[in-house]
Ligand binder design. Structure first.
Ligand SMILES: [Zn+2]
Length: 209
């Protein structure tokens, strides 16, 4: 079973290039359904360290975490129509290729109490790594901001988070070399289907939308 390594990573003093590139590639390969709503920040996990309680340092402070939003904000040219559906399709492809893309953890704040995918829950018996078995759906308040939250929190392994070239190569392997645009298309629809390892007709709908 793969190991969840992020809690052992050091806190860093600024953004890591690989994480920044990963967020950029996510925006491009999702056809603009996802946009970068924040990577590096030095702070505690939300809801901790208040009222005299001990804070828990956020993995955003380790430089390996990002928040990607699928919300459409038309005046700012962010997101697309039906952004969550498109973002979930993208996420399934990402999770089926978690090893190539260096994914360690994904938190989805939309379902009530949220849900979490973590690399140490991926077992050899799981036919698709995006399948329900790899997700833990929380049944009591666990994630601060869950229940209608319009973003995914994604964590990377450090080797990826610190290597922008490795990130580009990984996305090219999974999604095909579709674009090298600096700016992700924010509101335009993708003109081509994703390439890479994705095969039509093999994806089941996610049972935990
Ligand atoms: Zn986050």
């Amino acid at each position: 079973m793969p190991e969840y390594k992020v809690p052992g990573y050091a806190v860093v003093t600024g953004p890591l290039g690989g994480t920044e590139e990963w967020a950029r590639q996510a925006a491009i390969t999702s056809g603009g359904a996802l946009w970068n709503n924040g990577t590096y920040v030095y702070r505690n996990v939300r809801g901790t360290g208040e009222n005299g309680t001990r804070g828990v340092i956020s993995n955003h402070a380790r430089g390996v975490a990002m928040d990607l939003s699928w919300r459409r904000i038309e005046p700012r040219r962010l997101g697309v129509n039906n952004g969550r559906i498109k973002a979930l399709t993208w996420l399934n492809t990402v999770l089926d290729n978690w090893e190539v893309l260096g994914v360690q953890c994904v938190l989805d704040y939309f379902p009530e109490y949220g849900r979490g995918w973590r690399v140490d829950r991926v077992g050899t018996s799981i036919p698709k790594n995006h399948a329900a078995e790899a997700w833990l759906r929380y049944v009591r308040p666990t994630l601060h901001g869950a229940g209608g939250g319009d973003w995914f929190h994604i964590e990377l392994r450090l080797g990826m988070a610190s290597n922008p070239e490795a990130v580009k190569d990984a996305f090219n392997r999974v999604f095909g070399k579709s674009t090298t645009a600096e700016q992700a298309p924010a509101t335009v629809e993708p003109t081509t289907k994703k390439g890479g390892k994705r095969r039509a007709g093999t994806d089941r709908p996610n049972p935990n939308p």
